[in-house]
Design a protein around this ligand. Structure first.
Ligand SMILES: O=C(CO)COP(=O)(O)O
Length: 247
């Protein structure tokens, strides 16, 4: 069975109640490819607003979730709280959290396990820095980030892997179709060898990093690119063109 195309919109720390409602209305009303699964990730403060306005089958992701069920963890949100708010996905392991907030592989993997155990789907982000790419360490870095998850998780059916090279995020410097395909293929090989043939066949591997309405058409033709995780362009009307990129 072909893998369902998947497009996520990571709003990061952008927007207000007014602008996020407008973006959601635009996405609701636009003509969209019904074969694309669409998930938007607004800032935590606006998850409920998004839940109120976003129309099914569009889905919502948190940008993060904590790995403890409840308690004295100021500023954090639990898996059960997401479920209580009908939020069905979360991003985890975004490089901005790995770099700025110093989240390590083990912590990201622990949160991934907590989300999956609670029935929340995970858009698991991985990717290398420019220095790591220049040292030819891309595949090593990405697979070690995935390996940390494998140590805690056996069922990969609710994981979408987002390959996001750090040097391409917010820089306008998109990976070439060959660069992206090469890493996606390596991730699929890793899934086949380290998880299962089924995981390799069924797991969506999406690309993130300066995706725009201009470059998405070529990227999505690559055999191992199953969609996109979009930052800046998800706040613009062009997001719909990316949702429809493989039409
Ligand atoms: O980080 C990203 C998505 O999670 C990508 O961001 P940009 O699309 O703004 O480069």
């Amino acid at each position: 069975m072909p893998r369902q195309f998947f497009v996520g919109g990571n709003f990061k720390m952008n927007g207000s109640a007014e602008t996020i409602k407008k973006i959601i209305e635009h996405i609701n009303d636009a003509e969209k490819d019904p074969k694309t699964e669409v998930v938007i990730a607004p800032p935590a403060l606006y998850l409920l607003l998004a839940r109120e306005h976003l129309k099914a089958p569009l889905e919502i992701a948190a940008q993060n979730v904590f790995d403890k069920p409840n308690g004295a963890f100021t500023g954090e949100i639990s898996v059960d709280q997401l479920k209580d708010a009908n939020i069905t996905w979360t991003l985890l392991g975004h490089s901005e959290r790995r770099v700025v907030l110093q989240e390590d592989d083990a912590f990201v993997a622990s949160k991934t396990k907590a989300a999956l155990d609670g029935g929340i789907g995970v858009i698991f982000c991985c990717g290398e820095s420019l220095e790591q790419r220049e040292n030819n360490d891309t595949v090593k870095v990405v697979t070690s980030q995935l390996k940390a998850v494998k140590e805690k998780v056996s069922d990969w059916s609710k994981i979408v892997v987002a390959y996001e090279p750090i040097w391409a995020i917010g820089t306008g410097k998109v990976a070439s179709t060959e660069q992206a395909q090469e890493v996606h293929k390596a991730i699929r090989e890793w899934l086949k060898n380290e998880v299962s043939e089924k995981a390799a066949e069924e797991t969506r591997i999406i690309y993130g990093g300066s995706v725009s309405e201009k470059n998405c058409k070529d990227l999505c033709k690559q055999p191992d690119i199953d969609g996109f995780l979009v930052g800046g362009a998800s706040l613009k009307p062009a997001f719909v063109d990316i949702i429809n990129s493989h039409l």
